[in-house]
Design a protein around this ligand. Structure first.
Ligand SMILES: NC(=O)CC[C@H](N)C(=O)O
Length: 401
């Protein structure tokens, strides 16, 4: 029988979180044994831990869940978000407050502990996640090593050295680590209650999605709106993409520093922008579109990771509650003339969307595909498909279903 009480009175710690400043936090180990060095962030979503941990944008990160009870709905094979699960792109570590209980849910196929082991995610439970969250809010996202040893034996000085020596996410191109090795066609459509995922039959338009670490639900939503989606590796050249005769080009989310990834992605995006093909970017794709247009990105203090962030769409005046996962942001003041700021975070005023004036090119910082999170922003996929339909002389879909 799993326990949910803090075990320290009677147990030896079997996991440690060692921060780059030498702070050592003791917990109970679960998931993979061994250690991982990464940046620690916190995510405030109440549900969707499997989708969060398999979001490739979390590569190079350890996720602290502020929601105290994680794991009680178990795991299944449907709620994964990375395109190539064998490659295990996503978070390298996870931190929970309560110790993980046995699963209780009709969709559960397994226990979170076993699932974390299979995914190679090192995890720790039984700590004061509020205190860690306050620390991140005050000091910013720390670099750290998370270590799990079932016998409780650790070389703490070595862990401290490794945490302090890690370069951090600034300057790291992680998209090349998580992108597809080859092109593929995506046909799965969104999940429907009691039916599961669907299969596309007759796509009417073609979208090429550049995979910097794409989430599956983005591809499902595009497929559900009638797009045949060809997913191409991050380093695919513009000529090769244009030879596929896309009706639209999608720039995906992904991990790491947009400036580092931009080294090869920006020239490709700049070439694609010379055509009149509609372009839509999400998160890392948004940041790289901004870089391609001459803007700048910067590292954030604590980042935005959750499923309850209010964002205002200036083009309609409406507020949407969105899913977010980013530690870098576009500096709105750096945007050149001809690039409008379309969306803004109502938490801190940071940039959440841009569009090229008079052109079918736009992107957002948040995650309109949710998974997990609210579906308020699904309309952005329809906005993209409508730009494609307009260029093809077809009637627009209603922006909200
Ligand atoms: N979800 C994403 O695409 C994240 C983009 C980028 N890696 C960031 O942290 O800001």
């Amino acid at each position: 029988m799993a326990t949910t009480t803090a075990p320290w009175a009677t147990e030896k710690p079997t996991a440690l979180l060692v921060l780059a400043d030498g702070t050592v936090i003791e917990g109970r180990g679960l998931g993979a044994t061994g250690s991982a060095v990464a940046e620690v962030c916190f995510n405030t979503a109440l549900t969707g831990y499997e989708e969060i941990l398999t979001d490739p944008s979390y590569a190079g990160q350890i996720v602290t869940f502020t929601f105290p009870h994680i794991g009680n709905v178990g795991t299944n094979d449907e709620d994964i978000e990375d395109l190539h699960p064998a490659a295990r792109a996503g978070a390298v570590g996870a931190i929970f407050k309560a110790n993980v209980t046995d699963p209780s849910n009709y969709r559960a196929a397994g226990h979170l502990d076993q699932w974390l082991k299979r995914r190679g995610i090192v995890a720790l439970s039984g700590i004061d996640t509020r205190a860690l969250t306050v620390l991140i809010r005050e000091k910013g996202m720390p670099n750290a090593v998370i270590a799990h040893a079932p016998d409780g034996v650790f070389d703490i000085e070595d862990l401290k050295r490794r945490a302090a020596a890690w370069s951090g996410l600034i300057g790291l191109d992680l998209a090349k680590e998580v992108t597809s090795g080859q092109s593929s066609v995506w046909r799965e459509t969104p999940w429907i209650w009691n039916e599961g995922y669907g299969e596309q039959d007759a796509p009417s338009l073609h979208v090429v999605a550049i995979d910097y670490g794409v989430k599956r639900n983005i591809l499902r939503l595009l497929a559900g709106l009638g797009a045949k989606v060809t997913v191409v590796p991050a380093q695919t050249g513009a000529e090769e993409i244009l030879a596929m005769q896309p009706d639209g080009i999608f720039l995906s989310n992904g991990p790491g520093d947009p400036e580092a990834t931009g080294e090869y992605a920006v020239p490709v995006i700049q070439s694609l922008l010379k055509t009149d093909i509609p372009v839509f970017g999400i998160c890392l794709g948004h940041q790289m579109l901004a870089l391609a247009l001459g803007g700048k990105t910067e590292k954030m203090h604590q980042g935005h990771h959750g499923a309850n962030h209010p964002v205002k769409d200036h083009t309609t005046g409406k507020v949407e509650i969105v899913s977010m996962n980013h530690g870098f942001a576009v500096d709105a003041d750096s945007l050149p003339e001809g690039v409008e700021e379309t969306h803004v975070s109502l938490f801190d005023g940071s940039n959440c969307g841009i569009a090229l004036t008079g052109r079918p090119v736009f992107s957002v910082q948040h995650h309109p595909e949710a998974s997990p999170g609210p579906q308020d922003s699904h309309y952005l996929f329809r906005r993209f498909v409508n730009l494609i339909r307009e260029r093809r002389g077809e009637e627009a879909l209603a922006e909200r279903a």
